[in-house]
Design a protein around this ligand. Structure first.
Ligand SMILES: [Zn+2]
Length: 234
């Protein structure tokens, strides 16, 4: 599974549970997963984002992602990744909205057309934006809020560009992700041409729980990396 490309997984429902931390409730997976996270010091092997554990949130919202498992189930050789780095690998979960009592809920994120920024850098911007947005919601806004708000608006607008730049895209991220997941492996070369310029960006509100925690746990480190990536883009 290439960490620098968006992709799909064989078992999206299981991947969802792993990404949202439900592995922690499983007696077998809990010790395996926590050991992986501890070994990597709760730091993402892909983007470098560092969380920390606490009594209430022992995983710090990090993921022991078993990249060889179709549902990303943790194994002793799993990688420690942040949710922003795992979600793009599971588009057939991360751009699909669910229905609850007949109402459509927000999807975890969206596809964007953005060949000029690599997914890993976007992920750093994403975890920081998620943290700032969640903190604003509880009423402690900061000067950086406006920056994050316009960054989010600018990046989210790139969702509109996906259709005109991607063959077989018919107007809905979810349908595209499902078709991509069904594409047989002999078409993998075509597949990387299809998705090479596509990236994933979170719906910031979807990740509010993670954001609130990260804001407390690691804002300073996040802030530094956010600034350095923004500088690189300007
Ligand atoms: Zn990461």
């Amino acid at each position: 599974m290439a960490l620098d490309l968006v992709g799909t997984v064989g078992q999206p429902q299981i991947a969802e549970r792993v990404i949202l931390g439900q592995w922690l409730k499983n007696d077998t997976l809990r010790p395996i997963g926590l050991q992986v996270l501890k070994r990597h010091n709760f730091t993402c092997s892909n983007c470098g984002f560092a969380s920390r554990p606490s009594k209430q949130i022992p995983h710090g919202w990090m993921i022991p992602a078993g990249l060889r498992h179709p549902g990303l189930v943790p194994s002793p050789d799993a990688k420690c990744l942040c949710p922003m780095c795992v979600a793009p690998l599971a588009l057939n979960w991360s751009v699909i909205s669910k229905k609850k009592k007949g109402q459509e809920l927000q999807a975890p994120g969206m596809l964007i057309y953005c060949p000029w920024i690599i997914q890993r850098d976007l992920n750093v911007l994403a975890s920081y934006s998620v943290a700032v947005k969640a903190n604003c919601r509880v009423g402690r806004s900061s000067a950086i809020e406006a920056v994050v708000r316009s960054l989010d608006a600018a990046i989210s607008a790139l969702n509109e560009e996906v259709g005109s730049n991607t063959p077989i895209y018919r107007g809905k991220d979810s349908d595209f992700a499902r078709s991509l997941a069904l594409l047989p492996s002999e078409y993998y070369r075509d597949r990387s041409e299809l998705i090479g310029a596509l990236r994933w960006w979170p719906n910031l509100d979807y990740w509010e729980q993670q954001g609130l925690y990260w804001y407390q746990a690691s804002t300073q480190a996040l802030h530094k990396r956010f600034e350095s990536i923004l500088e690189g883009l300007l």
